[in-house]
Design a protein around this ligand. Sequence first.
Ligand code: NDP
Length: 446
Amino acid sequence: MYDLIVIGAGSGGVRCARMSAQKGAKVAIIEERFYGGTCVNVGCVPKKLFVYASHYGEDFHDARRFGWDVRSSQFDWPTLVENKNAEISRLNGIYENLLKNSGVTIYNGRGRLTSPNTVEVNGETLQTKNILIATGSYPFKPDFPGSEHALISDHMFYLDSLPSHAVVVGGGYIAVEFAGILAGLGVSTHLIYRGASLLKRFDVDVRNHLAEELERKGIQVHLSNNIESMEKLSEKEFRLKLSSGDELSTGLVLYATGRKPLTHDLGLEKAGVTLGPEGEVQVNEHYQSNIPNIYAVGDVINRMQLTPVALAEGMYVSSQLFGGEPVPVDYERIPTAVFSQPSVATVGPTEEDARVQYPDLKVFRSSFRALKNTVSGNQERTMMKLMVDGATDKVVAAHMVGPEAAEIVQGIAVAIRAGATKQIFDTTIGIHPSSAEEFVTMREPV
Ligand code: NDP
């Protein structure tokens, strides 16, 4: 009899399994695909490696006015994929070892619940006191004529070759990130979004600033538009009919239109677990489903599809079940980044939401060309924004679009969580010369 069976060895599942085993619980984890889940294999990690790869083209160009003679800079896609694959295999091994070394029993296969206390894997039935569903999510692609030819983000990590032209559909994290990767690697890139403004859940200044920068990078953005049909002309050529009436010819179409919780064929109905409208496991504030000994964390609960959130949720469940102080996740102030080019990072509400929450809101904003670009000639601009509750002087949000936004905003997020006031920001000495110092030198509200 296990104390805990975890289904899914992604970020949340592995963290909860390891922590629980380290506390002395008898734990098994079941995984049918790969250790580390989406983030390690077809998400955050390889995506960020691709972002690094795609930035070199611009860096080589910028280097010239700094005196570098950069004659030839040819990019070879198979080299990138091969080296990325080697790194991912290394990480898979680390995850497997972490589990083994903490005493977790690993089952490779598909786990299915047969009751609230039994899980079947590879024909074997395991008994358990508790179950954690941590199966994550899968990319959603809408149905339309020819949609079978469109790719999802999983495929992008294993393409044999890069096309000369590509179309990305969607206006969220993955669409904006992959449009930047493709364009940076020299692919003529169109980004098609059905709405009026990309990254619609982000602050208005972030959205406006990023839109200008994406165009500057040569990404052709089509707003309020969609693909109506996709026709395959050859292995590497597709013709698209758009809702605007236009036609486009392209070598690849990537759909980045959200991710859905992965709950089918897990036997959840046999155990009586209630699912929500998107197929998510519905949980209470303790990540407990309607069946008290069945828990769920991460993308499968469809709250915030972010690795660090899944980790925090996994740790909460482990502490709750096997000892320790469960630390509730503060969903209000989750810092997050979009690795677009330039990157976006943010913590706290958008201006629109902050105006509702804080009637006496003060907004500080700065837009500038970073020092490096004055010599390189690169026209890219950086935008930073702070919002302050006038009633308490507390900084309630920070938004940034610019190089290393994630590295900078992570620190600002700590200050905001600690309740820092604008006066504390103002009396903090800047690090000069840096872009980050702008966050402590914004004096006049806009
Ligand atoms: P998002 O939810 O961010 O964006 C989905 C986009 O697809 C939206 O613009 C949405 O439009 C559009 N869309 C949805 N359905 C359709 C449709 N039928 N036709 C056309 N467009 C459609 O999802 P992503 O796929 O980009 O990413 C999934 C999640 O993964 C993110 O929400 C994020 O939590 C996580 N992620 C995090 C990253 C990071 O931390 N850097 C990187 C990548 C992913 P509309 O706005 O109109 O609904």
